[in-house]
Design a protein around this ligand. Structure first.
Ligand code: GLU
Length: 417
């Protein structure tokens, strides 16, 4: 899904940089560079017209030394096992940077959801979960939403797993509807966390968030919430794009109107006319203060990094910048708040949801948001401090913290048997 870029090679290159800083033993480095488990499934679904179609899906668990594995399920036509593995590895570091007791996992099904009915997606979900349920469990591996999936899909996952157990197991998946054991604040959590990270980053570079010009690539769950909260907090959202394309207005865009009236339309937010149309790649190069890539991987590369004008990049997506881009952005003095820190809000509130499900005791939304903000600020401060100490970029600093926590847990537990 990231064109020609090998995202697993990218994730491994990032790990190697951190491993060098940490002088990680080569055996341990090998352990961390590979996933502990990869399950590939091919399964049939009877379509509405009676035809049978076979789909390919994956569930990859990268590392469980700090707790059960955790990570979303992606439905997209371009997924493959290597990309899913890279995403699982990033989940491991993300949970460790936020210091929540999970390892990393990711799942995916190769499917273009737009081509199928709701009933077909339900059947696909139920069959996929049945194929992978041998490695799922509230104490072992807990999925969540990602690109192409939502709370309804999580409800089907919970129901399918529970039907096979014979009793309801809400803690086996997070991002569920609130009335089925979901958490208040989970839908907004990733975008909310992105803005907490952006505001903290602004303080460190002396930029006023209030009045800052923001560009958001992607208008899914992460991008749309990040754009709305940015506007609520006084920033001027000048550019936004969705899968169809982008729009730009230096005076600012009406984010809430775009969310409520234009997203989900066939022509996307481009149907809003009081703005200049731009392509997804032109959008990244717009004149702005803060750029939030919140779409897919490998958008900022060696080819366009030099043309980026933002002072600050806050990664809402997983893996939006390649290692080549990182070097160029660092040399240009652009601060990049990396994905494994910036978009951790989703999995942090997933952790809260899981805790609430295990205890059958549910929190008020303010408590969720306050605790989320506290963890985001604390993680940001730790990563920023590591960046100063090691005189490096923020991604490397976050990896140093995340990889070290996972390595320490592995060493303390020891290698079985
Ligand atoms: N898919 C999200 C991510 O990439 C959320 C994962 C979760 O909540 O487990 O972080």
């Amino acid at each position: 899904m990231s064109g020609h870029v090998d995202v697993l090679a990218m994730a491994r290159e990032q790990l190697s940089v951190a491993a060098n800083y940490l002088e990680l033993d080569s055996g341990l480095h090998q352990v961390l560079s590979r996933p502990m488990r990869q399950l590939i499934v091919n399964f049939p679904v009877v379509l509405d017209n009676g035809e049978v179609m076979v789909f390919e899906g994956y569930r990859v668990q990268h590392n469980s030394s700090r707790g059960p594995t955790k990570g979303g399920i992606r439905y997209h036509q371009d997924v493959d096992v290597n990309e899913t593995t890279a995403l699982a590895m990033w989940m491991t570091w993300k949970c460790a940077v936020a210091n929540i007791p999970f390892g990393g996992a990711k799942g995916s099904v190769k499917v273009d959801t737009k081509q199928f009915s709701r009933r077909e997606i339900e059947k696909l979900t139920r069959r996929y979960v049945t194929e992978i349920n041998i490695i799922l469990g509230e104490r072992s591996d807990i999925p969540a939403p990602d690109i192409g999936t939502n709370a309804q899909v999580m409800a089907w996952i919970m129901d399918t797993f529970s039907m096979q157990k014979g009793y309801t197991v809400p803690g086996v998946v997070t991002g569920k509807p609130v009335d089925l054991g979901g958490s208040l604040g989970r839908v907004e959590a990733t975008g909310r966390g992105v803005i907490v990270a952006a505001e903290e980053a602004c303080k460190t570079i002396g930029l006023n968030f209030n009045g800052a010009r923001v560009v958001v690539q992607g208008f899914g769950n992460v991008g749309s919430v990040a754009a709305s909260i940015a506007a609520q907090h006084g920033a001027i959202v000048v550019g936004i794009s969705d899968a169809v394309g982008g729009i730009y207005n230096p005076k600012g865009l009406p984010v809430d109107e775009l969310v409520h009236r234009y997203s989900g339309r066939e022509g996307g937010i481009r149907e809003y006319k009081d703005a200049q149309p731009v392509s997804n790649s032109e959008l990244l190069e717009l004149d702005c203060d803060i750029l939030i890539p919140a779409a897919i991987a490998a958008q900022i590369t060696g080819d366009n990094a030099d043309k980026i004008k933002a002072k600050l990049i806050v990664e809402g997506a997983n893996g939006p910048s390649t290692p080549d881009a990182d070097k160029i952005l660092h040399d240009k003095g652009i601060l990049v708040v990396p994905d494994i820190l910036a978009n951790a809000g989703g999995v942090i509130v997933s952790y809260f949801e899981w805790v609430q499900d295990l205890q059958n005791f549910f929190w008020e939304e303010d408590a969720v948001n306050e605790r989320l903000t506290k963890i985001m600020r604390h993680s940001f401060a730790q990563v920023h401090e590591a960046m100063m100490i090691h005189k490096t970029d923020m991604r490397t600093a976050a990896l140093i913290i995340g990889v070290k926590r996972v390595a320490d847990a592995t060493i303390r537990r020891g290698i079985f048997p």
